[in-house]
Design a protein around this ligand. Structure first.
Ligand SMILES: Nc1ncnc2c1ncn2[C@@H]1O[C@H](COP(=O)(O)OP(=O)(O)O)[C@@H](O)[C@H]1O
Ligand SMILES: Nc1ccn([C@H]2C[C@H](O)[C@@H](COP(=O)(O)OP(=O)(O)O)O2)c(=O)n1
Length: 238
């Protein structure tokens, strides 16, 4: 009798520029899993509030708008997409205006409750679909996936990197260079945002049972391999 392996849920958290999104996508591709970028959901919520003319300082109006968010997340790691009310906002949510404003939405506790609910539903759907269709599971990444959204995930990883490495990576991403000027221009987007976000979620220290992978001195492929090794070790133990 053949056994169908249970769907795997991998949760990855970490600060901005630690490599969460790119590493999680590569891990999902490598293992044949779905990929959920929860940061993209906070970005989509921010884009929607701005689109609807909601003042981001009005916490009640923001929460109401997010409860009505018509969001569809594409979870294929080859081509993750974000669609809001029929508009593909995959690129628009990466623009600097959204990056600068997103913490105001992500620190709204009613928004966190609503998006957390949607994230749990997406993870549960992959679990259930996997059991019936032979789907393999999901990699979900963000700031509170290992602790709040999916503390019961099969594998939980905190991906960290030094401040210096994170600033250089983001500068290279946004400005195409990691010279002193580009690093300075990136500081607000990385460090101020992490400081604001840290007021509502802890993502600098690993919770009990969460494995830390420090990518400061690893290149991209080495980081992917390190996370895959954590998955292999965790699933071998289970
Ligand atoms: N270990 C690494 N070494 C060098 N660059 C990396 C590494 N991990 C990720 N990167 C690059 O750093 C940038 C930021 O990564 P990203 O996945 O967007 O981080 P996060 O989602 O944590 O903000 C990307 O250009 C990515 O390719
Ligand atoms: N689970 C999550 C995911 C993201 N967030 C917040 C943190 C960030 O300010 C925004 C956008 O997240 P995203 O992962 O795209 O941020 P980066 O630009 O990769 O640093 O959402 C959160 O509060 N909780």
């Amino acid at each position: 009798m053949s056994t169908i392996p249970a769907p795997l849920v991998v949760a990855i958290d970490g600060p901005s520029g630690s490599g969460k999104s790119s590493v999680s996508r590569a891990v999902a591709r490598s293992l044949g899993l779905a990929y959920l970028d929860t940061g993209a959901m906070y970005r989509a919520a921010t884009w929607w509030c701005v689109d609807q003319g909601v003042a981001l300082t009005d916490t009640g109006a923001v929460a109401d708008a997010v409860r009505a968010l018509p969001l569809v997340m594409g979870v294929d790691p080859q081509d993750p997409t974000v669609v809001v009310g029929g508009t593909d906002v995959t690129a628009a949510i990466r623009e600097t205006a959204v990056s600068a404003a997103v913490s105001a939405v992500a620190t709204n506790l009613d928004v966190r409750a609503e998006l957390g609910r949607l994230q749990r539903a997406a993870i549960d759907a992959e679990r259930a679909a996997g059991s019936f269709s032979g789907g393999r599971g999901i990699v979900a990444e963000g700031r509170d996936i290992t602790t709040v959204v999916a503390p019961d995930a099969d594998v939980r990883v905190l991906l960290t990197a030094s401040e210096e490495a994170r600033l250089a990576r983001r500068a290279l991403d946004v400005h195409g260079t990691a010279d002193a000027e580009a690093v300075e221009a990136t500081r607000d987007q990385v460090l101020r945002r992490d400081a604001d976000d840290s007021t509502v979620v802890e993502f600098h220290t690993a919770a009990d049972g969460v494995v830390t992978v420090d990518s400061s001195h690893l290149d991209f492929q080495e980081t992917v391999d390190a996370v895959l090794a954590v998955v292999a070790a965790s699933t071998a133990r289970a």
